[in-house]
Design a binder for this molecule. Structure first.
Ligand SMILES: Cc1cc2nc3c(=O)[nH]c(=O)nc-3n(C[C@H](O)[C@H](O)[C@H](O)COP(=O)(O)OP(=O)(O)OC[C@H]3O[C@@H](n4cnc5c(N)ncnc54)[C@H](O)[C@@H]3O)c2cc1C
Length: 336
């Protein structure tokens, strides 16, 4: 176990913002973690869990201990002619895990290709893209209970998955450390090419629909649309798509007949990117922070922005959206 003091977090968050942790501890095994959470250093400081740092914005130095969860490995637990059950440890890179599964033609997570971050954080906000959500493949999530170091298992239905949400993002945040996730994948995959430009991209690439080809097509689409965090710091979508009632939508439609929306349970989800574009913020620069010029949901670190500047831009967008549409735009990224 390595304990670093006054450690720069710049390379550990995809926004690439500078902030320092009073302590950073890299944890490589469950046993090491169980020991560490009983130490004085842990018990006498506030703490933050960190995976790949791709859904986090540091707006100040962190005056506590950051636990970087690095557990590696994956085990096939069982398989039959239809399914494979695979347990992957929290510190595995999500996209490498996706590649491993698609290479084996195990379906279920191919539409979640090229999402940055780790396996252990995939349930936290129930990552989703291109018509898929990770919750539909998760059997269970294994955790360490911080209070006493016990290992427990949350079954899928206990995780209270929702749109970019789970129990781990809210109710039990900082009570458990996710150590591994068990997935059920399909050996006879049902392919989903109906979302976005997947079909067109497959045609352009002269590829037949298959698990691995969908993954390849989505990787290309995302590459063309989203800024590479290594070039322009960002955390993907900064905001969630807001949910409104039918009455609210009807009022908005009178003023904005072209508003983009889609049904969501009994309500309607508005495309947050469309709203931001409509208020004229797409591509706008504010100091060192900016709204991405191809995808208005993404805020970027243009040039050494401070976390506070990016948050300031986000708050300005929230305020303008409220004024224009009477809609609360919720931030998806974890603000620290
Ligand atoms: C270019 C880009 C594109 C993106 N596209 C998408 C997308 O299409 N869909 C999508 O859903 N997301 C997307 N994201 C957001 C992000 O990739 C995901 O939310 C990802 O799951 C975050 O993983 P991470 O390991 O980086 O988490 P981190 O940012 O490190 O942590 C996220 C949260 O989980 C907590 N946490 C960390 N480790 C643990 C643990 N072991 N146990 C419990 N809690 C923990 C942290 O405290 C924090 O609150 C994108 C991000 C980028 C940069």
């Amino acid at each position: 176990m390595q304990i670093k003091e006054n450690y720069s977090l710049k390379a550990l968050n995809t926004f690439g913002v500078e902030a320092r942790a009073k302590y950073l501890v890299e944890l490589n095994s469950i046993e090491e973690t169980q020991k560490f959470i009983k130490s004085d250093l842990f018990l006498n400081n506030k703490f933050l869990l960190l995976g790949g740092g791709s859904n986090i914005l540091f707006t100040q130095d962190y005056d506590g201990v950051i636990l970087k969860i690095n557990y590696k490995g994956k085990d096939i637990i069982s398989a039959d002619e239809n399914n494979v059950y695979i347990k992957a440890f929290a510190g595995e890179t999500w996209d490498e895990f996706v590649n491993y599964c698609t290479f084996n033609n195990w379906g279920g997570i191919e539409n979640l290709t090229a999402i940055p971050g780790n396996v252990g954080t995939s349930p936290v906000q129930n990552i989703g893209a291109y018509g898929a959500e990770v919750k539909d493949t998760i059997v269970s999530v294994e955790v360490i209970r911080i209070e006493d170091g016990e290992i427990l298992t949350f079954k899928n239905e206990e995780c209270k998955f929702g749109y970019r949400n789970s129990i781990f993002k809210n109710e039990v945040k900082n009570k458990y450390i996710i150590t591994s996730v068990t997935f059920k994948l399909d050996k006879q995959p049902k392919l989903n090419t109906s979302y976005g430009a997947i079909k067109e991209e497959l045609e352009k690439m002269y590829l037949e629909p298959s698990v691995i080809n969908i993954s390849k097509a989505i990787a290309v689409i995302r590459q063309n649309k989203l800024p590479d965090p290594k070039v322009k710091g960002n955390a993907g979508s900064f905001f969630k798509n807001p949910v409104v009632t039918k009455e609210h939508l009807d009022t908005l439609l009178l003023k904005y007949p072209k508003i983009r929306y889609f049904p969501s349970d009994n309500d309607f989800k508005l495309a947050a990117g469309w709203l931001i574009e409509k208020i004229g913020m797409k591509g706008k620069t504010f100091g060192n922070a900016a709204v991405h010029n191809k995808q208005a949901l993404v805020l970027i670190n243009n040039d050494n922005a401070k976390g506070k500047e990016i948050l300031g831009l986000a708050n300005l967008i929230q305020q303008k959206i409220k004024e224009a549409f009477d809609v609360e735009l919720e931030i998806e990224v974890n603000i620290v």
